[in-house]
Design a protein around this ligand. Structure first.
Ligand SMILES: Nc1nc2c(ncn2[C@@H]2O[C@H](COP(=O)(O)OP(=O)(O)O)[C@@H](O)[C@H]2O)c(=O)[nH]1
Ligand SMILES: [Mg+2]
Length: 206
């Protein structure tokens, strides 16, 4: 999709602070350091819209980015970071499950998994949260540039089996591999599943 405008709107914890103008949300969920910020930057052809960092576990709020005055990208806090306390972990779980339970304009989640590894216990947990809330999701396998094409093919098969879904898209924020396919899937999904009063048909030209 041609990005005309991509801007940070708000960091929120409380649902009262979520944007309320009715545009559809595409939410990104995954372990700390899996490549969420890099994916958001890559999809929006931006270097620094979502701050990327080598220090995991920092983003503990929900960040909303508005894209082309058509949709929101929602960066959920990263989970599974070993160094956070039990109390912080519980807070994160609440922030995420609150969002997933109550956000009305939610249309799709992108669940990020590192292409080099099998889904972790916390990835499977995130998948269960999505299923429990009947929230549809696509899986994006990040950092695919770190694997050979053979290795990647094997990993895609293994991860599909481990998650029990075929909706798996390999991606590289470094090379842009997977970008066209992912945008196409996102726009198709929004166009068929979002019906707000202000529903605006989005072009699926990328
Ligand atoms: N090689 C490679 N590195 C990546 C890719 N995506 C993210 N990274 C690196 O992984 C680290 C964590 O990325 P970040 O986007 O901050 O992860 P987040 O914590 O999930 O938001 C950074 O050092 C990124 O440069 C990718 O597609 N390929
Ligand atoms: Mg991040």
């Amino acid at each position: 999709m041609k990005i005309e405008e991509a801007s940070f709107v708000i960091s929120a914890v409380d649902s009262r602070d979520y944007p309320k103008d009715g545009f559809p949300d595409v939410a990104f969920i995954g372990r700390s350091n899996v490549g969420k910020s890099s994916l958001i930057n890559s999809l929006t052809s931006s270097k620094s819209l979502a701050r990327t960092s080598n220090t995991p576990g920092r983003t503990q709020q929900i960040n909303f980015f508005k894209i082309n005055r058509k949709l929101y990208f929602v960066d959920l806090p990263g989970y599974g970071y070993a160094k956070v306390s039990q109390k912080q972990r519980e807070m994160l779980r609440k922030i995420i499950s609150n969002y997933l339970s109550y956000r009305e304009t939610f249309v799709l989640t992108i669940l990020l998994i590192d292409s080099r590894h099998l889904p972790t216990e916390s990835d499977l947990q995130a998948k269960s949260w999505l299923e429990e809330q009947s929230r549809p999701f696509l899986v994006v396998l990040t950092k695919s540039d770190k694997l050979s094409s053979n290795e990647l093919r094997n990993q895609v098969t293994k991860i599909r089996t481990a998650l029990g879904t075929d909706q798996v898209i390999p991606y590289s924020a470094v090379t842009g591999f997977g970008k066209d396919q992912l945008w196409k899937s996102i726009l198709e999904w929004i166009n068929t599943h979002h019906d707000s009063k202000e529903k605006s048909k989005m072009t699926s030209s990328i």
